[in-house]
Ligand binder design. Sequence first.
Ligand SMILES: Nc1ncnc2c1ncn2[C@@H]1O[C@H](COP(=O)(O)OP(=O)(O)OP(=O)(O)O)[C@@H](O)[C@H]1O
Length: 775
Amino acid sequence: MNDDVRQEQKKIDAVLQTLTEEINRLEGETFTRKKEIIQIRKHFWDEIKVNTDTFDDYLETMIGLRQEAMALSVTQSTHRHASNRLSTLKRMKDAPYFGRIDFIEDGASTPEAIYIGISTLSDANHEDFLIYDWRAPISSIYYDHQPGRAHYGTPEGNIHGVLKKKWQYLIANGQLQSMFDTSLTIGDEILKQVLGQGNNPYMQSIVATIQQEQNEIIRHDSKKLLLVHGAAGSGKTSAALQRIAYLLYKYRDTLSANQIVLFSPNSIFNDYVSNVLPELGEENMQQVTFQDYLHHRLRHDVSIEDPYEQLEYCLTASNSSSLQTRIASIQFKASPHFFHAIHRYIDSLLQSGMIFKDISFRGESIVTAQQIADTFYRSDGTTFSNRLEDVTNWLTRLVKKAEIAQRHLPWAAEEIELLSNETYHKAHAYLAKKQGFHREAISDYEMDPEALTQLIVQQKFKPLRQHILRFQFIDFKALYAQFFNDSSEGKQWLTEDVPKWGEICQATLNMLHQGKLLYEDTTPFLLLKEMIQGFEANRSIKHIIIDEAQDYSPFQFEYIKRLFPKAKMTVLGDFNQAIFAHASEADDFHMLRSIYGPDETFRIHLTRSYRSTKEIIEFTSQLIPHGKKIIPFNRHGQRPHFEQVKDTAELHTRITASVRKLQQQGYTSIAIICQSAKESAEAYDALTTLTGRKLLQTHSTHYEQGIVIIPAYLAKGIEFDAVIIYNASYSNYAHEQVRRLFYTACTRAMHVLQLYSVGEPSPFLQSAQRSGFLQ
Ligand SMILES: Nc1ncnc2c1ncn2[C@@H]1O[C@H](COP(=O)(O)OP(=O)(O)OP(=O)(O)O)[C@@H](O)[C@H]1O
């Protein structure tokens, strides 16, 4: 052990000593607080005299209750705070810090050594910082600068100085494993070691090795929209998660984890990333998929298709003519052309074309659709909201009149005769209370038959009143269909020719008649609906993070923006991984930039890729246009292996042997990636000798370790030690439409990539084979 190392180990030991003392103190505190909480809960009611005889007694009771509840809440919050801090400190015992900078601020005479870790630690007297949180302003020097002039930002302005030295440490179990003076080492040794590791079942935090361009994403804080376009494996998801941790730290007094929403591709991904924030001592944000939202908003109106059903159809459909129509329809419905056309259409509905439904009661019309339309267009309101307010007020009055008229009809008397005992008693009690009878005196109340009739009729009208308040008298399905009614309305909103327009209209109308919405129709339909009836906006959310954003259509961005009007947005994507059929239309985030305007948009491009070995990246980057711009991290492994087999029997034998070998080599997460769910199910059934294999499907919620068989579209966003492409044949991956899916599948590999093909291989492999990127 040389002197420097000995010195550093001494420092670690001293820090660990303070850490241990702090942990002991906090263990004592959490124990005491816990006991207090139990006591308060146990004796909650002992402390309160419940007396409601007079108003003063009632007031006193309420004040007592409030005080006890407050005391409980304060103790619970202190306990929560202390136990969160305790678990962070316990985590720091393994590696209290990972970096150090020696920085001389301009004007100072000696450098200060700043140690950086996942959280701040002060000395026993709380006078000096032993460790700085990686998110503290000064820590940004560690990520942004090499030795030389350096600065960091603070709320009061930039602080300048000289970075004398920068050290990286690898510490495990409190023992220094290695340390690097970054001015002396070439390349990022620690990053190489971290990336070379396997066996991590879930995504890990990257705070020790955040790269400068990633740090820019993490700390960006000025514009409403942060757009990150980055190559596969460039750390977009990682940067997004550390950004959340950073925001939670910077705005700890005003921002909580439940005010941040992460839109992610699926539940497997949610599970895969769920450890990063807790590892950093923060609570997880809310995680949702866009489909969750669609389902929540539309489940009562129509049956909606899932995005993966759409994808599976496109990958496996056998009827080529309806497939071509479907693809044309999907592409049109995700295009800015449709987006603008439907906005024009919605605007025009203020002048004419609104479609309503008759409102009837017991089979008899109270008001016709035409009368509603007349009232809507007679209103002087200039917006949907004003006009619909006029219409609902008018309808409410009409319905009230109808309700009064119905009281005298024979059905009302019949209803009363048929009332069950229970309902009768409930009605009696309700009317008695309304007349001011106390609970004990209810039996003295003699029910007025007219009041009972009123009540019964009122109850029968209740659904109708709700129907009006929820705007269910607007025929949204017919309104959406009207756009596709080629012969009359639809075409006038379009500004250019749409390939297969006639077929698209016919297919859309057919599905709507069956009460179904295809995935490509769901967001346009929802946007049309909410733009007319008003958005149920969520103003409490302050940050929205959209990962895998290349898979979102302009409609979805617009919808999210309106849904969360107070939120800043971080959007991360890679168009080379756009796997949905609408992808070819959405070839950059241009549309999105126009949503917030250039002044409120900041763009960052990541070109360095970290996930895979250099050999894998060299292979994958020539699968896509401009792939040469992707810079691989300098970590070496075997070239990807390709093998052509004659039939599926041989395929299964080869894959089984290969998986066994990979296991012997110590790889624990091995994915057999298939083109579709259908192919995955077939592979799962065939590879019976691979015991413990797991089939991941669209409804799977857990990211599984071990051997998984998974369709390529579900593997997006996640990674595996070794990836086997199940059948990279011409029959699976010939069309340009699946090139990006193929690229996505291959880029999931960290250390090993193998491709098998039954018969002729995919044309995507030709140039790689020629250039020697495959072995
Ligand atoms: N600075 C870093 N330090 C250590 N590991 C990193 C760093 N940046 C990225 N990685 C690792 O690289 C891998 C890919 O990162 P991540 O999944 O965030 O990339 P991505 O851009 O979201 O990928 P994709 O678009 O392909 O899903 C992860 O294992 C991540 O931990």
